[in-house]
Design a protein around this ligand. Structure first.
Ligand SMILES: Cc1cc2nc3c(=O)[nH]c(=O)nc-3n(C[C@H](O)[C@H](O)[C@H](O)COP(=O)(O)OP(=O)(O)OC[C@H]3O[C@@H](n4cnc5c(N)ncnc54)[C@H](O)[C@@H]3O)c2cc1C
Ligand code: SF4
Length: 351
């Protein structure tokens, strides 16, 4: 058992001050952090509990039409907010495709974007892992790596980011609001997670002690609501992380795509925005040929990092599927589990 301090701040200023001590970690719901502490992967000297800070659990409409999601909003609260699901159905669908109902009831917006990789070697303190222990090597390179990255990986690390929630958020240009001892700043979510390069231990742009206070969806991000889907492929139908996933949003007028959004999950150390595909789709007729071309572009730079070459074609097919489903229109009731026989029984779009 590692000893650690536990601090319960009542204001953001107190939280920042408490987290300034080296070795501190913020505690949201703890569904990831506490698990990692139990297996000896995370050893914080001090836990700074975010659960008693005022104002971090609000979902707020903004005067410019954007939407602000406090870092402590629970994943289930957000997914089941009918107004949110109507405007951002692919985000609600991604949330409902993640973890289990109990976990979603606890897990938070901030904790979800900052959850750590599920690479099995990262989670085993006896394995070599550059992300956990810089310079120690990477046992995944010659190990069990069929679930690992096919985009943006490096020789130092081939892990993927496990979040479903982040994938449609990146497609919709979400922004992360951050506070630190030097003041407040904002970072687009698409630049928030770092690719491994030679420093895989640096997983995000957060400096030590910085706190995520909110995520913001910009004004107009809901223009894709009528044609938006999240499709997740996993090795069993529920309670599993994505093998690959795709979030697609289309703005269609008079039978043509005016604007497209596409992001992939399970393929890289960050949610992967497929910009070249989006450009190719703008102005196209939404048909199978256009979607396949977009999928080819989205995976053009993909290469296997091990026994995972199959994920490249799988990701192309999931991208085509997400785009095709988006083109046929957002359903009035969202499937919680897209591949499930019970797909029509759970909903999020209507009260
Ligand atoms: C069995 C299981 C299955 C799961 N399946 C899925 C899945 O399919 N899809 C999916 O997307 N997720 C899945 N999850 C992940 C789950 O969603 C995460 O555990 C959860 O989102 C983390 O949220 P939390 O609030 O518990 O964060 P915590 O565990 O409290 O924190 C996670 C990390 O974020 C940091 N942190 C938290 N909040 C902040 C903040 N505001 N500012 C700065 N740092 C912060 C913490 O210090 C910690 O490092 C699964 C988890 C489990 C245990
Ligand atoms: S892939 Fe990354 S997280 Fe996994 S063992 Fe290698 S360095 Fe560690």
């Amino acid at each position: 058992m590692n000893r650690f301090d536990y601090v319960r701040p009542r204001t953001i200023a107190e939280a920042l001050s408490a987290a300034a001590q080296p070795g501190s970690a913020y505690l949201a719901a703890g569904t990831n952090l506490i698990d990692l502490m139990k297996i000896g992967v995370a050893r914080p000297a001090r836990l700074v509990d975010l659960n008693h800070l005022p104002g971090l659990d609000a979902i707020e409409g903004l005067p410019d039409g954007g939407l602000r999601l406090g870092a402590q909003v629970r994943n289930a609260t957000l997914a089941r907010d009918a107004g949110f699901a109507r405007r951002f159905p692919a985000v609600a669908e991604a949330l409902l495709a993640g973890a289990s109902a109990q976990l979603r009831n606890a897990a938070t917006v901030g904790g979800n974007i900052l959850q750590r990789t599920r690479c099995a070697y990262f989670q085993d303190p006896d394995s070599a892992c550059n992300r956990r222990e810089p310079g120690s090597g990477c046992d995944a390179r010659d190990g069990e790596n069929r679930l690992h990255a096919v985009l943006g990986w490096s020789d130092a690390c081939i892990a993927t980011h496990p979040s479903d929630f982040c994938v449609p958020l990146v497609a919709l240009d979400a922004v992360v609001e951050i506070e630190g001892s030097d003041g407040a700043r904002e970072v687009p979510l698409r630049n928030f997670h770092l690719l491994p390069g030679t420093t895989p231990e640096r997983e995000s742009v957060l400096a030590p002690g910085e706190l995520v206070v909110a995520l913001r969806l910009p004004p107009g991000a809901d223009r894709f609501a009528a044609h938006a889907r999240y499709v997740k492929l996993r090795e069993r139908t529920s309670y599993a992380f994505a093998l690959v996933s795709a979030a697609a949003g289309l703005h269609v007028e008079e039978g043509r795509i005016v604007e497209a959004r596409l992001a992939l999950g399970g393929v890289a150390a960050r949610p992967w925005r497929a910009e070249a595909a989006e450009i190719a789709l703008a102005g196209a007729i939404p048909d199978a040929a256009a979607f396949r071309r977009a999928a080819e572009l989205a995976l053009a730079e993909a290469r296997p990092s091990g026994e995972n070459g199959f994920k490249i074609e799988l990701a192309r097919r999931i991208a085509v599927r997400a785009l095709s489903l988006a083109a046929s229109g957002t359903p009035t009731r969202l499937p919680a589990l897209p591949a499930s026989p019970f797909a029509s029984s759970a909903g999020g779009l209507h009260d």
